[in-house]
Structure formats: structure tokens, C-alpha cells
Design a protein. Structure first.
Length: 69
């Protein structure tokens, strides 16, 4: 299990942070995602073999935001 911080662009409110959290936690292999609007970042615990960073970035993009690796 890996733990990594990612910058998130495009969030403007707590609903945005909830959308990013939901997008990340909806992926298999993601154990948890703690998204901070104040810091514009996400702390994600995940299994990189099951969920690569590119898949997380795609899910966040589909939700309307940008995950910066």
C-alpha cells in the first residue's frame, strides 16, 4: 500500500473536495482519499498495482478537476 500527496487544481468549495474524494475512493485499489480544499491537495492511500496514478488522474478529470502528479 502506498501513500502519496497530489495537488488538485480547480476546486473552489467543499462540494468540489467531496467530488474529488468520491472520484478517488470509487476506484478499486484506493483505500482512502483525504482531500483538502485549503491546501488544494489529496492524500491518497492506494495499491499502485491495482490503481495506477494515471487512472486516478483520469477519474479526477472526469469529475471536473485536475490531479497533478
Amino acid at each position: 500500500m502506498e501513500k502519496e500527496k497530489f495537488a488538485i487544481k480547480g476546486m473552489t468549495c467543499e462540494h468540489c473536495a467531496m467530488h474529488v474524494t468520491t472520484a478517488l475512493e470509487g476506484l478499486s485499489g484506493v483505500k482512502s482519499a483525504k482531500v483538502s480544499l485549503k491546501k488544494n491537495e489529496a492524500l491518497v492511500k492506494f495499491d499502485a498495482e491495482v490503481t495506477p496514478v494515471e487512472e486516478m488522474a483520469a477519474a479526477v478529470k472526469e469529475a471536473g478537476y485536475e490531479l497533478v502528479k
